[in-house]
Design a protein. Structure first.
Length: 453
């Protein structure tokens, strides 16, 4: 068989053609040419992060999410991105003996697992299945109740000292409520409200990675207008106002949700700038992570660049005029190729009636007779298309929720013109699997992936 060029549908990275390099170049020169910006940018940052960016982000997020009251900088801490923030949150707000479990909406973002393991939660991670509308709230309640019944009763933290700026939560719930990685599903409003109520009832912290929220567009192929307001409130917006929020009578002021935002998917992951939002008491706790107190807030210099670009409207323009149309076009080409070539073979996508879609991924369910792990291998060997099998998004140590017949396809990384070709190749492999034909001889690999995701 002739060797084909490899097509990578596994990498969840932004397209290099969409990186705002010229805007960043201008912002970097502006910041470094002005000592009132460059000096604080190059020195140790305050624990909470670069104050002008915290304020600018508060205004920007207010205009995007339109919460009942504006978002002030006291709710925001600058982070080194969602991954680094997750580690900080666990360092400050959990104790691996006292915190009973980590509950994931499953399928789950697989690279988060190790962050939890690094913080002592190996063996305590559990899957809560999603249905077509995202995390199943009945299953979540059952999991929380079971955990309260059966986990060892450690009444106090064992590994961490009491701290005036933090608390230790009994449970952690981790999810990506909007355009999830990997399932691409979006949790509807009623479930968001229920999730906040459950978190309050069980003393859980809900950590949401809201890193795809800005990347949304109409599912209708004939509509191309940009969408300049968020589809839904975040969990953190609901927790802020529901029944008096974190400061309601009897509550401790920390709240039960926190939102991780990031410039990784909309500007570039190499910048390593993100933000954490929560109640003012919670946001201050995040800033008190030991590494920030020693080294200063993360990403101090790049924060000065992002402050310029968000404040002068460049980021919004880039999102609405460049990213949304470009990713929408990729999404639509990939989704319609799937409908043309893979639906007739019995494959399907979730949430078919969603009016607004987005993110970086599509979650494809294969016919029941096709095992995704074998299928992914055959796609790579026989068709040189690299896809992610559902098994890598299963929660380690919990076999109760499996994804044996699903694969994740990323549409952000490869150019639009390769989408149809990729799906046609996948369909050829699927046809062979359905006919019971064994693997064909593997052609030569043209691409070596050092970091596959
Ligand atoms: C759900 C989710 N969280 C976090 C990240 C990583 O974000 P960051 O680059 O801000 O650490 C990703 C990237 O793929 C992601 O999909």
């Amino acid at each position: 068989m002739a060797s084909l060029d490899s097509i990578n549908l596994i990498k969840g990275w932004p397209s290099t053609s969409l990186l705002p390099t010229h805007h960043l170049s201008r912002a970097a020169q502006t910041a470094l040419a002005d000592t009132s910006v460059a000096f604080p940018g190059l020195l140790y940052g305050p624990d909470e992060g670069y104050a002008p960016l915290r304020e600018t982000l508060g205004n920007w997020l207010t205009s995007w999410y339109e919460p009942e009251q504006s978002i002030g900088k006291e709710r925001i801490t600058i982070t080194g991105g969602a991954s680094q923030n997750l580690a900080c949150l666990l360092q400050v707000f959990t104790d691996p003996a006292y915190t009973r479990d980590i509950l994931f909406a499953a399928p789950a973002y697989m690279l988060a697992f190790r962050v939890f393991e690094d913080n002592g939660f190996s063996g305590k991670m559990k899957a809560v299945p999603e249905d077509d509308d995202g995390m199943d709230m009945h299953a979540l309640r059952r999991a929380l109740e079971e955990s309260e019944k059966h986990s060892p009763e450690n009444k106090t933290p064992m590994f961490k000292p009491p701290r005036p700026y933090a608390k230790y939560y009994r449970h952690v719930i981790y999810c990506v409520p909007t355009f999830s990685n990997p399932s691409s599903r979006t949790l509807p409003l009623d479930r968001r409200i229920e999730l906040v109520k459950l978190a309050r009832e069980f003393d859980a912290l809900v950590i949401t990675d809201d890193v795809y929220d800005f990347l949304q567009w109409s599912a209708d192929s004939n509509t191309s207008t940009s969408i300049t307001k968020a589809l839904l409130p975040r969990l953190v917006d609901i927790d802020r106002f529901l029944d008096g929020g974190a400061e309601r009578p009897g509550a401790d002021g920390f709240g039960n949700t926190t939102s991780s935002g990031s410039f990784s998917k909309i500007a570039g992951p190499g910048l390593r700038v993100g933000w954490s939002e929560g109640s003012p008491k919670f946001a201050y706790g995040v800033s008190q992570t030991g590494s920030s107190c020693s080294g200063g807030a993360p990403s101090q210099l790049t924060s000065t660049y992002m402050n310029i670009l968000v404040k002068d409207g460049t980021m919004s323009d880039h999102i609405f005029k460049v990213l949304q149309p470009a990713y929408a076009a990729r999404y639509k080409t990939l989704a319609s190729a799937i409908k043309d070539y893979l639906y007739p073979l019995g494959a399907s996508l979730p949430q078919p009636n969603q009016r607004v879609v987005g993110g970086y991924f599509l979650w494809l369910t294969l016919p029941d007779t096709v095992k995704a792990v074998d299928f992914a291998k055959r796609c790579q060997d026989e068709a040189q298309v690299i896809v992610a099998p559902g098994s890598i998004f299963e929660v380690p140590g919990d076999d109760s929720v499996k994804f044996e017949h699903s694969i994740r396809l990323t549409f952000s990384w490869i150019d639009e013109h390769l989408m149809v070709e990729a799906v046609k190749r996948i369909s050829t492999v699927l046809e062979r699997c359905l006919k019971g034909e064994g693997p064909t001889e593997a052609p030569k690999q043209n691409e070596i992936n050092e970091n596959p995701y």
